[in-house]
Ligand binder design. Structure first.
Ligand SMILES: O=P(O)(O)O[C@H]1O[C@H](CO)[C@@H](O[C@H]2O[C@H](CO)[C@@H](O)[C@H](O)[C@H]2O)[C@H](O)[C@H]1O
Length: 653
């Protein structure tokens, strides 16, 4: 069968970014640039030309930006996304007969050949363009066509001046002949989020631990903690589930399955007679208290992130009202949830293969809409990898269509492909393996992967040195210096990071038993009191580091992250900078929490916009010291004093 149009000679291939053949969108935040690269070429020697077309998905009008050649038939163009929501982009390319003609005639003139017929051909192209143009441009092009026709072969100077005039070229570029243009056969999507998606500083807090000693804390008590958390410089306050907690199979302190009558249970064991995912734990307060809490947090510049844990305690109303949403075993019981080797005896997982999946999906979506209505704009999603991918793609897509400012953080610690897929189906941010990566090699290779194509386009890392589930042995054994080191790394390697506090700032390091990553007397199972004024706390460092992040744009994105050589395996060095080098930050960290380490860091100065033959000044934003640096620099860091340098580069002009 003949193609509908066989005269489209340009081939378009190798477009980037394009995720899985265009199946998934890339991610950007408002005001960010999208750089598109593509191979375009045609048969023969004709010159090709092309544009990247882009538009918000809801608009019918394309904007265009001209592609420029890089090398070897590879072209590039960049554009900026300025609105929240989804955009699409594609490529259009054509054989440019005018530019091909111009290039050919230039060579012939240079070789002194007769170009009288070529001039007439060019005039014809210009005339045709005048028909495509309107207004003054059309008049000008007609004049140009007449001028060309009047040129005599003998007028060598005029010949060159007129035919090769940049003004004529600019005018012709406005009206190319795209009759036989090739359009890339896909429109590729972009999800454009608000800035907090790419730069955020999280603090995880159990509100029930904010009360008077020995009493269950309320939202009102937690409200009193807001100035402290805001003062430390956090802008997202994440609360573990705030719903009623079940009684059947409730867990006791330290994850025992034999609770005392006064044990408070685990917040993730959601649902009791008092309600399910749309209810508030009666001991925390009521919906009005919650809304007040959200508003107060906003007054302190913080957003509340709510935990979205789609699972039910055996007492959850869904278990009675929708038994079909759970998988019943032949004996009629429901298997409790697991994330091997962890056992969650107090919760039932939802069965995403239920016959009634449409109603289930709608109900789960309604949970999100319910809390959006109460002022929540960020959801930290518990264990998303244990729920079906099609559900997430649908639910997040639906929610973001109407509420494009809403963000979802995927709390999945699982296989890399699964984690990336969750990001592709819509999660705005993702937890990472940072918590377990402590060596220079691990950190370098992992962050190089996260900041390279294609991960960079889809996966926004949110790194946590600790969580209520993970007290890494590095923190267990490394003492206060270990907490300082991991904080400095998290806050500077990734634009999104968080800590589980106050356990972090008070350097809580006792595991439930040797070899376990679980905390002793974990706040997941009991109310805890924390000494926020202990002399051991690292809150001053946290405050300082968060201030540095806010004041330095270089640290608010991951895209420029580059690692530099160091002569000592215990010392890691990396840099970040803004596109125009207005803000350049070099970070050096001693990874050894036990010993002073020293060595030489060798910087790739061209990556930092610095002249390799000139020294420059660095200002340590942690200690306020100044040093004069060059390409190779000696460093010495005592982890008991300050295990890191965060250096602002001041070029000497
Ligand atoms: O499975 P993950 O390591 O990703 O952990 C997340 O989900 C767990 C289940 O929701 C949650 O576990 C906690 O709640 C369970 C249900 O109440 C309880 O059985 C577990 O003992 C408790 O750790 C975990 O905190 C969350 O981060």
């Amino acid at each position: 069968m003949l193609p509908a149009e066989g005269r489209r000679r340009v081939q378009i291939e190798g477009i980037s970014p394009e995720i899985d053949g265009g199946r998934f969108p890339i991610k950007r935040t408002v005001g960010e640039e999208v750089r598109v690269e593509v191979d375009i070429f045609a048969d023969g020697h004709d010159v090709v030309n092309g544009v990247v077309q882009y538009r918000p998905e809801t608009s019918y009008e394309w904007s265009e930006v001209l592609l420029t050649p890089i090398v070897n038939d590879r072209w590039q163009a960049s554009f900026t996304v300025s609105e929240l929501g989804r955009y699409v982009y594609t490529v259009l390319a054509w054989v440019d007969h005018f530019i091909s003609w111009r290039r050919g005639i230039a060579k012939k003139i240079a070789a002194g050949q007769d170009v009288s017929v070529d001039i007439l051909i060019g005039a014809q192209f210009v005339e045709e363009a005048s028909d495509r143009a309107t207004g003054n441009d059309s008049v000008q092009l007609k004049t140009w066509a007449a001028t060309l026709r009047s040129i005599q072969q003998e007028d060598a100077v005029i010949l060159e001046q007129k035919i090769l005039s940049p003004d004529l070229l600019a005018l012709m570029n406005k009206y190319p002949d795209r009759k036989y243009a090739t359009t890339y056969d896909k429109e590729l999507a972009i999800v454009v989020d608000r800035e907090r998606a790419s730069f955020s500083t999280w603090y995880e807090l159990f509100p029930r631990s904010c009360g008077e000693p020995g009493k269950h804390g309320t939202f009102k008590d937690a409200q009193a903690r807001l100035p402290y958390i805001a003062d430390l410089g956090f802008d997202v306050l994440y609360l573990p589930p705030i719903h009623p907690i079940g009684f059947q199979f409730r867990k006791g302190k330290n994850n025992t399955t034999t609770p005392e009558p006064d044990d408070v249970g685990v917040p993730w064991g959601i649902g009791s007679e008092a309600g399910g995912h749309k209810a508030i734990h009666p001991d925390l307060g009521n919906i009005t208290d919650f809304e007040e809490f959200v508003a107060k947090a906003a007054d302190y510049g913080m957003e509340i992130a709510l935990d979205l844990a789609y699972q039910c305690s055996p007492d959850h109303p869904y278990v009675k009202e929708h038994p079909e949403w759970f998988l019943h075993r032949p004996d009629g019981t429901i298997q409790y949830a697991e994330n091997p080797p962890k056992k969650y005896q107090d919760i039932y997982p939802i069965n995403f293969e239920t016959e009634d999946w449409q109603n289930l999906w709608e109900e789960l979506k309604s949970v999100v809409l319910f809390w959006i209505d109460k002022g929540v704009k960020i959801f930290r999603v518990d264990n998303p990898h244990t729920k079906a991918f099609p559900f997430w793609e649908w639910m997040i897509g639906e929610v973001k269509r109407d509420y494009p400012h809403v963000l979802f953080l995927a709390e999945a610690f699982t296989r890399p492909k699964v984690m990336y897929r969750l990001a592709k189906v819509g999660f705005s941010q993702s937890y990472t393996y940072f918590t377990w990566h402590n060596t220079k090699w691990q950190l370098t290779t992992y962050f190089e992967e996260l900041t390279s194509y294609p991960a960079y386009e889809i996966f926004r890392p949110n790194v946590w040195p600790n969580t209520p589930d993970i007290l890494h042995e590095y923190l267990q054994h490394g003492g206060r210096p270990a907490f300082m080191i991991r904080l400095a790394l998290a806050a500077t390697l990734a634009a999104n990071y968080g800590i589980y506090g106050p356990a972090y700032e008070v350097c809580e390091n006792r595991p439930v038993k040797e070899g376990s990553e679980e905390y002793l007397n974990s706040e997941k199972y009991q109310i805890r009191e924390w000494d926020l004024d202990s002399p051991y706390t690292i809150k001053h460092l946290i405050k300082q580091v968060n201030k540095i992040r806010r004041e330095h744009q270089a640290l608010q994105s991951n895209k420029s992250l580059k690692f530099h050589n160091t002569s000592n395996e215990q010392i890691i060095c990396y840099s970040k900078q803004t596109d125009n080098f207005s803000d350049v930050i070099i970070v050096v960290v001693n990874l050894d929490p036990y010993n002073t380490q020293s060595g030489v860091v060798s910087l790739q100065l061209h990556l930092l916009g610095l002249n390799p033959y000139q020294s420059y000044q660095v200002h340590d934003l942690l200690t306020d010291a100044y040093y004069t640096w060059g390409e190779h620099n000696y460093v010495e860091l005592n982890p008991f004093v300050m295990p890191a340098h965060i250096l602002k580069v001041n070029p000497i002009r």
